[in-house]
Design a protein. Structure first.
Ligand code: NAP
Length: 323
């Protein structure tokens, strides 16, 4: 922690963190879903590390762990960075959501990332799927067995902390009843239109850090649906909202910076994805302005709840609604 802060101070960029179990997680991380073009993504990763990003969010599902592994390994080998400067998060894929498969999938991710140990390993979804690629059958996941297998990974030194993603209050409450190691972090969809205040408050009250995914409203989500051959959806648009735009104009900031700063001031970590140089830079520059209480309240009124959910998982066969 001390080392991480002194490094960021040397770079002249104050790095803010939130607790993540026994670690501190940098509040601004790099999202990497749909960053698959090797050349473009390698350049973006190098630039992000130059800018000062130290928290990188990936998943076995994103199929880009090997690219991240290549670049961070180059930075560590050339002594531009120490392993402990980085905060690397990846996730157990849906076909690994079974007590007997956790170790196998974690080891595969470690190998691709060229790491011995992760900072945070998340269960990507609260439900599972068989390993067979032909058969798509969603299993009712055995959360107790899977969490115990996750705890074993901490004991074995393969990850420093463990957490969950896309879990509900009742699913987290259930884990809290039997866990030996508490979830350190919950990663959920969160942006001005879907603020989930009860879930966030529940986590904060129980000492679980929260990370907001799709913090800019995932403008590339329809590309993903199209890629799957599915119909495009009419999604909320965080970046063109007039309330966000008006506040941004007042602060001489971009709409994206205001949307991200709003989440930071609610004590959430944010993981905006970008492979565009200018956006990578501005998405990281969130600590030289502050939204007033009045502006925060105005942005809070944009919350329309479930209606705004982008990642509803309906693109997975047999998933009818968000768990
Ligand atoms: P997002 O970060 O809200 O939006 C990313 C999109 O916005 C990209 O198309 C990006 O384009 C564009 N963008 C980025 N910065 C911008 C700016 N300043 N102005 C205008 N456009 C901008 O969406 P997301 O990728 O869905 O979510 C972020 C990360 O959360 C993911 O990458 C992933 O790591 C994680 N995630 C996790 C889950 C989960 O189930 N746990 C689900 C979804 C996402 P360019 O790249 O072209 O700049």
């Amino acid at each position: 922690q001390v080392e991480r802060q002194s490094l960021s101070q040397k770079m002249g960029k104050p790095m803010r963190t939130i607790p993540c179990g026994r670690l501190q997680m940098p509040m601004v991380g790099l999202g990497t879903w749909q960053a698959n073009d090797p050349k473009e993504f390698e350049a973006a990763l190098n630039q992000a590390l130059d800018i000062g990003y130290r928290h990188i969010d990936t998943a076995a599902f994103y199929d880009n762990e090997h690219i991240i592994g290549k670049i961070i390994n180059q930075w560590i080998c050339s002594e531009k960075l120490k392993r402990d400067d980085l905060f690397i998060v990846t996730k157990l894929p849906i076909q690994g959501i079974h007590r007997d498969r956790v170790e196998k999938y974690l080891c595969q991710s470690l190998e691709k990332l060229c790491l011995d140990c992760l900072d945070l390993y998340l269960i990507h979804f609260p439900y599972g799927k068989t390993e067979s690629t032909k058969e798509v059958v969603y299993e009712k996941a055995d959360h107790k067995g899977i969490w115990q297998a996750m705890e074993k990974q901490v004991e074995a030194g393969r990850t420093k902390t463990i957490g969950i993603s896309n879990f509900s209050i009742s699913q987290i409450d259930n884990i809290l009843k039997f866990c030996k190691i508490k979830p350190a972090n919950l990663q959920i969809e969160n942006h001005v239109f879907l603020q989930q205040p009860e879930l966030v408050q529940f986590c904060h009250q129980n000492g679980i850090g929260v990370t907001a995914y799709s913090p800019l409203g995932s403008p590339h989500f329809n590309t993903f649906l199209k890629h799957l051959g599915l119909k495009e959806r009419n999604l909320v648009n965080v970046l063109t909202n007039p309330v966000v735009a008006e506040i941004a104009k007042k602060h001489c900031k971009s709409n994206a910076q205001v949307a991200l700063r709003f989440l930071i001031q609610r004590n959430l970590a944010v993981i905006p994805k970008s492979t565009t140089p200018e956006r990578l830079k501005s998405n990281f520059d969130l600590f030289d302005f502050c939204l007033s209480d009045q502006e925060m309240k105005k942005l809070e009124t944009l919350d329309i709840g479930e209606e705004a959910r982008i990642c509803d998982w309906k693109f997975f066969p047999k998933i009818e609604e968000h768990p």
